[in-house]
Design a protein around this ligand. Structure first.
Ligand code: AMP
Length: 403
């Protein structure tokens, strides 16, 4: 992350903090690595993430550890470990940090990438899902992420899904000679992934496949209808996409994803959904929950110009005589303690070079210290200079008055 990237990220973080903070979400940060078992259990053995993408190794004590590939399982682990179920529910959390997936790097896809995420733990309400979705929409809008589309679906409960999967497996087997080798080999392990396939013949078959949205049970259908009603009321547009499969196993009911058509092949900017059974899978108390994660690099790629406010420099301390170094050091130090931003000549430039550099930094004032007892203070805006007692320099700048 180079300095100019850091500035744009800071703008993003500022918006995330503002938008999520205003809705009562509190910041949480979990460790960079966890026991491998957390992810194999929490994310799901059959997922691409667990099968192919985790950085897993044994530490010196022979424990298998994994660089976190995602944030939800660790947040749930923290919720369980720190007894957060005893707090007033739901617990609303957000995080921002680096995640790791072993995949072929390309534009918008990295092996270390950053995500901002939000989770509502301890609420089964459709309102929680809708709130999370509108908050992510607000963040994308605040950043000026271009050409976004929201896709929405529901996966029902694991039971409905299991029945549907059997139906889908039967359908895939009946059509297996027209499926790609990869899809055919995963009919048993993960039939839903067939909807993700780019293979033309597989796509043709899948156009006629039964969809889970048509098989939702009464309560799941009601939950989904309510989420949709809330989003409609908020005026948020979405596409229903019954083929939306997220790469993680733990989702139940609502799932969603924002894509940006301003990006290339890797168009997903953020997504998430409800994961009512995850907490039990991690041996915690049964706790319904919902959340999302959004990729910081992708959001910034798809964002327009962000207003970067450069930190102003109040004072540049220049040396007319190298012997005045200690006095210059002290003046810059005192200026900073007085609340000003102050920089010091560190490169041995000529006085002319120093003034030019101060101009590049857009410093408001330059103090010129030489062998005389007084200090020259130059107002860079007005172009005027005055000789001052050393003790008068900082008060003069603080008053901000013209010289
Ligand atoms: P996921 O946890 O897979 O749902 O990912 C959520 C978001 O994180 C995606 O929409 C992307 O914006 C971002 N993301 C996921 N994997 C990567 C990666 N390898 N490099 C960059 N961003 C990623």
């Amino acid at each position: 992350m180079l300095p100019e990237d850091a500035e744009r990220r800071q703008v993003l973080e500022h918006h995330a903090r503002r938008i999520l903070g205003a809705a009562g979400y509190q910041r949480i940060e979990t460790p960079t690595f966890e026991a491998t078992e957390l992810f194999s259990r929490g994310v799901g053995e059959a997922t691409d993430i667990v099968q192919k993408e985790m950085y897993t190794f044994d530490d010196a004590g022979g424990r298998s550890i994994t660089l976190r590939p995602e944030g939800t399982a660790p947040v749930c682990r923290a919720y369980i470990e720190h007894g957060m179920h005893k707090l007033p529910q739901p617990v609303k959390l957000w995080y921002l940090g680096a995640f790791y997936r072993h995949e072929a790097p390309q534009a918008g896809r990295y092996r270390q990438f950053w995500q901002v995420g939000a989770e509502v733990i301890g609420s089964a309400a459709p309102t929680a899902d809708a709130e999370l979705i509108v908050l992510l929409a607000e963040l994308l809008e605040a950043l000026g992420v271009r050409e976004t589309r929201l896709r929405l679906s529901s996966l029902g409960t694991p039971e409905t899904r299991a029945e549907y999967r059997e139906e889908l497996r039967a359908f895939l087997r009946a059509n297996q000679d027209r499926l790609s080798d990869e899809v055919r080999s995963r009919i048993d392990a993960n039939p839903m992934r067939a909807f993700d396939s780019g293979d033309p013949s597989t796509r043709e078959v899948m156009a006629g496949a039964p969809t889970l949205l048509d098989r939702l049970s009464g309560e799941d259908a009601e939950h989904f209808a309510e989420v949709r009603r809330l989003l409609d009321d908020a005026g948020l547009r979405y596409e229903l996409d019954p083929t939306l499969v997220r790469g993680l196993d733990y989702y139940t009911r609502t799932v969603f994803e924002f894509n940006s058509d301003a990006l290339g092949a890797q168009s997903g900017v953020g997504g998430g959904g409800r994961y009512d059974r995850l907490m039990e899978q991690l041996e915690g108390p049964p706790t319904p929950a919902s959340g999302w994660a959004a990729g910081i690099e992708r959001m910034l790629l798809a964002a327009g110009e962000l207003p970067i406010a450069r930190d102003p420099v109040d004072l540049y301390v220049a040396l007319a005589d190298p012997a005045a170094g200690p006095q210059a050091f002290e003046l810059a130090y005192e200026a900073r303690r007085a609340g000003l931003s102050a920089q010091l000549e560190l490169a041995g430039r000529s006085l002319k070079g120093q003034l030019k550099h101060a101009g590049r930094l857009r410093s408001r004032y330059v103090a010129i210290i030489g062998s005389e007892p007084h200090i020259g203070l130059k107002d860079m805006e007005a172009g005027e200079q005055r000789e001052l007692e050393p003790a008068a320099v900082i008060p003069t700048i603080l008053r901000g008055s013209r010289l």
